[in-house]
Design a protein around this ligand. Structure first.
Ligand SMILES: Nc1ncnc2c1ncn2[C@@H]1O[C@H](COP(=O)(O)OP(=O)(O)OP(=O)(O)O)[C@@H](O)[C@H]1O
Ligand SMILES: Nc1ccn([C@H]2C[C@H](O)[C@@H](COP(=O)(O)O)O2)c(=O)n1
Ligand SMILES: [Mg+2]
Length: 187
């Protein structure tokens, strides 16, 4: 079965998880956060990747695609018959993009890239106030995550932009306003 996929990208704290949860509720799309899947794998007893994932999360660097893509693919297989998948926080760098293309070309139909754009100072303040106890929601890790976003993830958004796949929604506005624009892309 060929699955519909929408990639959801944007800086840390731009609201990817928040918006994906709402789309999942209103449309038959399943939210797959690469970060959430990696955090779950980090916690899984017996995982051979726990320490490696922990190191990347703390340093704001990107886990090798073989690990992340396999977690995404397994989650997609487990989900059954749905309208599609919101792949949140992926592809995050060139390695993610190339590994995904090598593994998933022909298995997925990439509909578009939802790019939630938001000034970095607002994003940082949101993460610091998120209150979810994430080990990387501190000033030091956030600085590193923003460097990684600017140097590795934004070029991936630019890559998709060149082929007309990006739908930008400004996410510094209240959630309901952001979501009203996102809904138009899925209706
Ligand atoms: N439009 C918004 N206005 C104000 N606060 C928001 C908005 N969107 C999300 N938030 C809040 O900002 C915080 C970060 O949101 P969220 O977790 O959805 O971001 P994210 O892009 O998934 O971040 P990360 O990349 O770090 O996982 C949360 O506390 C969320 O409630
Ligand atoms: N494609 C990805 C997605 C996430 N990670 C790691 C590194 C990130 O800083 C961390 C948290 O991701 P978030 O929940 O903020 O989307 O997870 C990665 O290595 N590769
Ligand atoms: Mg998130």
């Amino acid at each position: 079965m060929v699955h519909n996929v929408v990639f959801v990208l944007g800086p840390p704290g731009s609201g990817k998880g928040t918006i994906c949860a709402k789309i999942q509720e209103d449309f038959n799309y399943i939210h797959l956060s690469a970060g959430d899947l990696l955090r779950a794998e980090r916690q899984r007893e017996g995982s051979e990747f726990g320490a490696l994932i922990e190191g990347h999360i703390t340093n704001g660097t990107i886990v090798p695609v073989e690990i992340t893509c396999k977690l995404l693919e397994n989650a997609m297989k487990a989900a059954g018959d749905v309208r599609g998948f919101l792949v949140d926080g992926f592809p995050r760098n060139q390695n993610n993009l190339e590994g995904w293309n090598a593994e998933m070309t022909g298995k997925v139909d990439e509909k578009f890239v939802l790019y939630l754009s938001c000034p970095v100072d607002i994003c940082i303040s949101r993460c610091l106030n998120r209150g979810q106890g994430r080990t990387d929601d501190n000033e030091e890790s956030l600085k590193k995550r923003v460097v990684t976003y600017n140097s590795q993830t934004f070029p991936i958004i630019e890559h998709f932009e060149k082929s007309g796949q990006v739908r930008e929604v400004k996410s510094e506005r209240p959630v309901e306003e952001v979501y009203a624009d996102v809904v138009k892309l899925f209706s």
